[in-house]
Design a binder for this molecule. Structure first.
Ligand code: PLP
Length: 360
C-alpha cells in the first residue's frame, strides 16, 4: 500500500547507541541531557533563540494560550487540523473563524480586522502546508488592536521567509514533531517564543509550573518530553536536508506530471525556502475528488482529505460562522502521497491514475 505519508526511520544502530547511553545514565526524563542537547541543536538549526521541546504539537498550543494569558475570543482559521481550534476550546476560549485566502488557503489577513470586537484578545493562525500566513499584515492588525499572535507552525519546520525562520514570527510559534511531519521525534512538539521574559514561564509551565519543591508559580501542565524522544530527534535532525531534498523530488514529479488544465494547488509564497511538507491538489468538484480518491484506493494508493472538514462546520463549535472559501476548498482537496523513498515510478503511476479519472 502507498499511504499519504510514511515515517522516516533513521539508522537503528545510531538510535540504539543513544538508548544505551540513557540506560547507562539511568535518567529517562525531566529536562535530561539529551533533551537539552536537542533543544540547543534545534535552536541553532532553525535560527531561533527560545525553544522548548514538549510532548506534542497540541499541548504546545494550549501552553502558548495559557502563557500569553489569552481569554475570550480568538480569531482563527477554519482550514487547519482540528488540534488548532480544539486547543482554543480546551483553554475555554471562543474560536472566531475568519475565512481563508483562495490562493494560499491561509487565514485571509484582510478579513481579520472586521472580525475584531472588544472581546477579541488574540489571533491563532496556521501556516498551512508550511506556506506562510501574511505575517506582515497580521502583525500590523495585531499591533493596532493589541492582540497576541500565535502561529500553529506544525507544518513549517525549517521554512524560512525572507531569509528568516518562519517560526520567529508572532508572540509564540508552535511546532509538531509527530511521526508524520517533516522532522519528527515519534511524538513531540516545541514552543518557540520571541519574548525572553517568557523564558522561565514556558520552561516551568510545560512541567507543572513549579521550581523545585518550594516555588509553585503557575498552573502548569505535564508537557515535557522524554530522553527517548529527544534521542530520536538527535538522530533525525542531521537528515533534515536530505529529507527535504527527497520530498522536493516527489513534488517536482507531481508538478511535472499532473494535468494543471483541470487541477490546481495553493500558491507557494515566492519569498520562502520551502520544506515540501505536503502535496495538496484541488479538484474541480467534490465529485471529481471522490472519483479520483476511489480510483487511487482501488490501486492501493491512499491519499488524505487534508484538511477536511472545514473546522467552522464542526458540531461542537459554539456557533456556526460561515466561511465559504474554506468550506469549498475542504470539499475538493486531497493531499497526495509524499515521503522519503517514494519511487518516481510510483509518482508517475499516481499522477497517471489521477489524470485518467478527472473526466467521467
Ligand atoms: C499535526 C498538527 C498538529 C498537532 O500536532 P500533534 O503533535 O500531532 O499533537 C497541530 N496543528 C497542525 C496544523 C498539525 O498539522
Amino acid at each position: 500500500m502507498i499511504n499519504v505519508t510514511k515515517t522516516f526511520l533513521p539508522d537503528q544502530e545510531q538510535y540504539i547507541q543513544y538508548i544505551r547511553e540513557i540506560w547507562d545514565r539511568g535518567y529517562v526524563t525531566n529536562n535530561g541531557p539529551l533533551l537539552q542537547e536537542l533543544e540547543e541543536k534545534l535552536k541553532s538549526y532553525l535560527g531561533v533563540d527560545h525553544l522548548y521541546f514538549c510532548t506534542n504539537g497540541t499541548i504546545v498550543l494550549q501552553i502558548a494560550i495559557k502563557a500569553l494569558e489569552i481569554k475570550g475570543d480568538v480569531i482563527t482559521t477554519p482550514f487547519s487540523y482540528c488540534a488548532t481550534s480544539n486547543a482554543i476550546l480546551w483553554e475555554n476560549c471562543n474560536p472566531v473563524f475568519v475565512d481563508i485566502d483562495p490562493d494560499t488557503f491561509n487565514i485571509n489577513a484582510s478579513l481579520i480586522e472586521q472580525a475584531i470586537t472588544p472581546a477579541t484578545t488574540a489571533i491563532l493562525a496556521t501556516h498551512v502546508y508550511g506556506n506562510p500566513c501574511d505575517v506582515e499584515r497580521i502583525e500590523e492588525v495585531a499591533a493596532k488592536h493589541k492582540l497576541k499572535v500565535i502561529y500553529d507552525a506544525a507544518h513549517a519546520f525549517g521554512v524560512t521567509y525572507k531569509g528568516r525562520s518562519l517560526l520567529s514570527f508572532g508572540d509564540i510559534s508552535t511546532c509538531s514533531f509527530h511521526a508524520t511531519k517533516v522532522f519528527h521525534t515519534i511524538e513531540g512538539g516545541a514552543l518557540i517564543s520571541n519574548h525572553p521574559e517568557l523564558d522561565r514561564k514556558l520552561h516551568l509551565m510545560r512541567a507543572f509550573g513549579h521550581q523545585g519543591d518550594e516555588h509553585y508559580l503557575y498552573a502548569g501542565i505535564n508537557g515535557k518530553n522524554s530522553e527517548m524522544h529527544a534521542a530520536m530527534g538527535l538522530v533525525n535532525l542531521p537528515h533534515v536536508g536530505e529529507i527535504i531534498a527527497a520530498r522536493r523530488e516527489v513534488c517536482d514529479g507531481y508538478d511535472r506530471l499532473l494535468n494543471w488544465e483541470i487541477l490546481s494547488r495553493p500558491v507557494i509564497n515566492p519569498h520562502i525556502e520551502y520544506n515540501y511538507a505536503y502535496y495538496p491538489v484541488v479538484f474541480p468538484s467534490e465529485e471529481v475528488m471522490f472519483r479520483v480518491m476511489d480510483a487511487l484506493k482501488a490501486e492501493d494508493v491512499v491519499p488524505r482529505r487534508y484538511f477536511y472538514p472545514s473546522l467552522n462546520t464542526l458540531s461542537f463549535m459554539p456557533a456556526y460562522i460561515p466561511c465559504p472559501v474554506s468550506e469549498d476548498i475542504a470539499l475538493r482537496v486531497l493531499s497526495l502521497p509524499l515521503y522519503v523513498g517514494l519511487p518516481q515510478a510510483d509518482v508517475e503511476r499516481i499522477a497517471g491514475i489521477i489524470n485518467a479519472n478527472l473526466l467521467p
